[in-house]
Write a protein that binds this ligand. Sequence first.
Ligand SMILES: [Zn+2]
Length: 93
Amino acid sequence: MLQISTDNSGNTMGGRTTLADLAQFSFNDRDSQTMNIYQADDILRRDWRDELVDVEMEYALGVSATFKDGTKLHVAAWADCCDGSGCKHCRGY
Ligand SMILES: [Zn+2]
């Protein structure tokens, strides 16, 4: 199951379809249970790099992206980055 939501209340461009709406499609084949926040961040930066203003990440919870049109996308990503033995993400190198 993918848990994803958009917040278009800050839409400054007046478009009916916002960047947050469109960015949801990048996660079509994902599952919040098995995705970690680093994977979600990678997807956003791969597909939406030029449209992103900010990405906030909360470990084992999810990511919140803010786009240039002022809209936001929240994607749940509950998985751990690794089995706890340490990876480039949690070790920091
Ligand atoms: Zn790790």
